[in-house]
Design a protein around this ligand. Sequence first.
Ligand code: MF3
Ligand code: CO
Ligand code: CO
Length: 244
Amino acid sequence: MRKSCVLAATLLKAVADFIEPGRTIKEIDDYAGRRIQEAGARSPFLGYKGYPGYTCISVNEEVVHGTPRNRHIQYGDVVSLDLGVIYGGWVGDTATTVAVGEIAPEVRKLLDVTEQSLHLAIDKARSGNRLSDVSHAVESFVQGNGFSVVREFVGHGVGRTLHEEPQIPNYGPPGNGPKLKPGMTLAIEPMVNLGDSRVKVLADGWTVVTADGKPSAHFEHTVLITEKEPEILTIPEGVSLRRR
Ligand code: MF3
Ligand code: CO
Ligand code: CO
């Protein structure tokens, strides 16, 4: 699973670098599909409940599960890219949100707060803590910064399959749920809205958008619970594990 996660992270970085104004979502997803195949891996998203892409690419007011389509990337967009692989029988699942060129200061803050909330949550992913300690870390930090957490979609356990027990909401009081144990692997993935928390699903049956049309951000890591520090598995090849 270490290998599948390093691969997912390495490809996430490569595909994120491929996002440029003028390219369509479909072109970016096709590129990801080629890179995944060249690496000897498969996408766990493709065909999942009928999902039509290799990756999920969600622009601006789109929250998650953006499907490959003809929409062009524009200067000033914020683009969430979620990439998973199955490699050697194990899944790695990771996501980032990138700014294409210059974005408004409040949207920059949205990205920063969402990424920071992920790292605060990861810091709670320790043996002996309870699952909702992770959830609560996201919600309290996000709300403290005036943004809102999406409630309809959650993080999850991950391993031989993409979505395993337990579900990991990004909200709730601390101290609840199962105790975390060494060896558990969790995909922690805050989805944070600039406006209010309501979302809806578009007619394609997949693409989730904010109800108020304001931007949303999404970051995700696959994390291993150990006896000591939580270990982020989805760090790209060649990047020091110490880097946070
Ligand atoms: N990558 C998403 C997650 O982080 C799941 C995508 S499932 C798909 O859990 F079918 F929408 F691709
Ligand atoms: Co994901
Ligand atoms: Co996930």
